[in-house]
Design a protein around this ligand. Structure first.
Ligand SMILES: [Zn+2]
Length: 147
């Protein structure tokens, strides 16, 4: 800390004299430019920071790809626009009309995916035909259309 203050004071005084004294200007330049070792340390530090930032960007990019894949899967299962789920009126794919059910959902995947949560909530899935014809049926396979 003292070295830094001393250096700052000395640099300031040399700066004031450097305008009229070439020797002082040269001395000032020597003092303020990093030595080859310092420059190498700085370069190594910058390289280390660049490497860390690059790894972090790669990790974030991989997470983004995974999140996009999951969002696209959910949209496909729900029959929604894979780009906006119908939430963006400026969406180039659906103009905001791609809400869940706007396209045929993947009923089998939907039932497989939501049934455990529905069971846990005390709910069940039945087909439209079962709902029209009588008492609720036990959970069934691929023909589920109503929750
Ligand atoms: Zn859309």
């Amino acid at each position: 800390m003292v070295d830094n203050q001393l250096m700052a004071t000395l640099t300031e005084q040399l700066s004031q004299r450097a305008g009229s004294d070439p020797v002082m200007a040269m001395l000032l330049q020597q003092m303020t430019s990093p030595s080859p070792g310092e420059a190498g340390d700085e370069l190594a530090d910058l390289q280390l920071r660049l490497d860390r930032a690059t790894r972090k960007i790669e990790r974030l990019r991989a997470e983004l790809v995974a999140a996009n894949a999951m969002a696209a899967y959910v949209a496909r299962v729900l029959g929604a626009c894979e780009h906006c789920w119908g939430l963006d009126q400026f969406c180039r794919s659906c103009l905001g009309r791609g809400q869940p059910g706007s396209q045929p959902p993947d009923a089998d995947a939907l039932i497989d995916w939501v049934s455990p949560a529905l069971r846990r909530a005390g709910l069940a899935t039945i087909t439209e035909a079962a709902a029209r014809s009588g008492p609720p049926a036990q959970e069934q396979g691929a023909d589920h259309a109503t929750v």
